[in-house]
Design a protein around this ligand. Sequence first.
Ligand SMILES: [Zn+2]
Length: 236
Amino acid sequence: MNTPDKTKQRKLLAVFAHPDDETFICGGTLAKYGSAGVEMTLVSATRGEMGRRMGNPPYLNRETMPAAREQELRQACEILGISRLQFFDIRDKTVEFHDAAELEARIGAIIDELQPDVVLTFHETLGGHPDHCAIGKATKAAYMRSGLEGGLYYISFGSTMAKPERSGYTRQDIVKIDVSKHKRTKLDAFRAHRCQTEIDEWVWLPDHEAMSYFGDYEYFIVGDGRAPRRSPVDLF
Ligand SMILES: [Zn+2]
């Protein structure tokens, strides 16, 4: 296990597809590293303007949705401690049709500039949505060309990776992050994504009840086996 240099600013880059991916999938982990002073940057490929949830009762339309979702994401970033947010402004639900080389180059330029210790993205086949898989594939390609090693991780959904063998992985492939102390922040970020969560009654239950819907752990798949494994319980 590497001993992190405590004097060096730790940096994390998350490259996702839609506003809310960061909160709904790994909000506890981002809250944890944000509170630990990690410098975090988020790329959202789209503004999520094709989302089917338009508020409850609906108050958004396709014209007003991009700005509303941007505003909500900015608020969630503030809550989670993400200091930099960048949109690629690819049309929602079309990331898979975007020029792959161009997408990879844009992500590569950000990686070159930031030199992040950790890069989070989607797995290119286990991403669960074509936009997710496409941005994950491009991010993996950009990372592999970047010269960085050992810091690429794929997010996973809920506790599916608590039993990695069911998905063809072993425990060696998984990093398990204890987020039990960060559920409050995660809940606040969920509520910031108001137009997407208003319809989910559990999100608006009294805090302690709502927080009971979150697991104590978030799981990540090691995406780059070229470097020595860092830690089974820490991304850095
Ligand atoms: Zn998404």
